[in-house]
Structures are given as C-alpha cells and as structure tokens.
Design a protein around this ligand. Sequence first.
Ligand code: ATP
Length: 309
Amino acid sequence: MSHPPHAVHVRAPGKINIALRVGSPRPDGYHPLATVFQAVSLYEDVVAEPAPDISVTVTGRHAAQVPTDRSNLAWRAAKLLADATGTDTGVRLHVTKGVPTAGGMGGGSADAAATLLACDLLWGTGLAREELGELAAELGADVPFALTGHTAVGVGRGDVLTPALARGRFAWVLALSDRGLSTPSVFRAWDALHPDPVPSPVLDPDLMSALVAADPRTLARHLVNDLQQAALELRPDLGDVLEVMAGTPALGTIVSGSGPTVAALASGPGDAARIAEAVTAAEVASEVLVVTGPVQGARLLEHVRGDDD
Ligand code: ATP
C-alpha cells in the first residue's frame, strides 16, 4: 500500500552568464538571446510538504525582498504543475534562499525549478524531465536551465538549451549588492542604448573551445555581457566593483546576467580568496562570496515518507 510522502527537499543552483549576447526585440517583445549559463555553488533549497492549499514561506538571503503571495515563482510553479496534471491537493513550500534576490543569478528561477521537481515527487505525478522542462519554460526563460544545471548554451529567450561541453571547475568571486536590479528595466536601458536594429546574436566559437580547454585564462578572454553597459547606466556604483576587481589577480570580470551581481574569474581557490579579500576590504559590495562552477541542476536531497510507508 502506498501512502503520501511526508516531505521532499530539493536543491537548485543559481547561475552566472559567462556570455550573454542580445539582439533587438522580436515582434513578441522578447529580446533574442545567445548565452552560456554556468550553474554555481550557491543554492536555493525548497522543502515541500502536503497541505490542502498552495502556500509559500521564505527565509535566508534577502528573504524580506521576496513576495510570499501568488506572485512568488515557487507558488506559480506548484500551481502550473497542479493544473497541468489535474492535481487537486496543495503543498506547503518553504524556500531557503542562498542566491541573491533580483541579483541577475536566477534565484527565483531556481525556486521554480526546485518546486516543479519537489511537487512532482510529493504528488507522485511522475513527469519526465523533458515534461518538467516544458513547464519550466512557461514559468520563465531561466527556469529550464535551473533544472538542468552544469554549463549550457541557451538561445531563443535563453530557454532553448543545449548542454555545453565544459571540462574542469572554475572558481568565481561574486560581489553581491543588497539592492536588486529589475531585469525588465535593464532591457529597457539596453533598448535606449541601441536605437538601431541589432541582429540576432551568435556566440563566439572560441568561447566554446575555451570551455572544453578548462583553462580559466582562456575563458577569461571570452567573458562578455551585452547587458553590462545598461546595468552600469542604472547602477554606476557597479563600476567601482569592476575597478577594484581589475586591481586584483582576477583573470576577467563580468556583470552576471542583468546584474547587479558582479563575478570575477580566478585562476583557482588561492587567488579567489585573495580577490574576495580585496573586494571586501574596498567595501564596494554588500557581501562577497567564493563559489565554483559548474554544479548540477535541481536535485533531490531528501524524500522523507510518512510513518506508514
Ligand atoms: P534573472 O537572473 O533570472 O533575471 P534575478 O536573479 O535577477 O533573475 P530573481 O531573484 O529571480 O531575479 O527575482 C526577481 C524578482 O522576482 C524579485 O524582485 C521578486 O520580487 C520576484 N520573485 C518572485 N518569486 C521569487 C522568488 N521565489 N525568489 C526571488 N524573487 C522572486
């Protein structure tokens, strides 16, 4: 006899965009993107328990900035899965945030991805990863990547993924800001900077070779973010972070996604610690973290079943 499980604990990573190329908006209003995502060791944890309705609580980094109503991406993910599978029970979701909110690292997207996987297990809806991926794309352009993790190329809105051949582990230093940047406002600033049509973006094939070579020095030469200038227009203080990092052993620097998180690529853990120390001492970031990538996508950490199981 099978009984409902008691709690499911899923973890999903945040991401940085090693490369982010942007083209002029399509007729549907979306900017075509060509990007390389890398999942890094900064995580969102979602614990799902059976409940009559869908509800969300949030603790952890920047939790006060995250809504707990139906606009929370975790709530929307649970509702979408319930509707898609005809599930009429609910779920109590608890999110512990490690990824900065509105930080350009896809924290909300990681919550959505983790929730899809957690609820699928809790409710026994048994969707294939591919089906979860389709629901993920409905929730947001970065959600499919939070499911798959590792390193991947994203085109379309960033949601059409192809795994990238990447070897080795890279050490990144992240300079966080406790003031978030809204992604739509960064795209509006990009539009203002590009009054003339910008063709659909493509990625530099040398970047893909650099990922295979597993050499951070080569990779550093290919870090590119077309949104960086727009993010700097809205947040000139990020220029200070980039300037401080330039005076450290950082091999390259980049604003992550739509910002305001700034990432520096280090040659290894020793230099990463030195870069982090310098950025901390300069007091240009609210928090400084050393992370590694790539890491895997949304994964089950624990599935505690009811006593009767
Ligand atoms: P991306 O890099 O995908 O553009 P981001 O990391 O910049 O995203 P998020 O942290 O995902 O941004 O959240 C952006 C906004 O979405 C927040 O300002 C918040 O109001 C709202 N939001 C909704 N659900 C969540 C959630 N579960 N976690 C964080 N923010 C959420």
